[in-house]
Design a protein around this ligand. Structure first.
Ligand SMILES: [Zn+2]
Ligand SMILES: [Zn+2]
Length: 51
């Protein structure tokens, strides 16, 4: 899976956070990723969705 090349209809940010482990590398074990929290419940900004 290419972390920087999500398929159509996917959220670029969520895709990258899911497949590129380095994105969350700076977080502590119990620390939430603010960007992932912001997208929780399907709240992905339209400009991040691959068209
Ligand atoms: Zn998202
Ligand atoms: Zn994240």
């Amino acid at each position: 899976m290419d972390a920087n090349n999500p398929p159509r209809g996917e959220c670029r940010q969520c895709w990258q956070h899911a497949y590129d482990r380095t994105v969350h590398a700076h977080l502590g074990p119990r620390e939430d990723c603010p960007e992932c929290v912001a997208h929780m419940g399907g709240r992905h900004p339209d400009h991040l969705i691959v068209k």
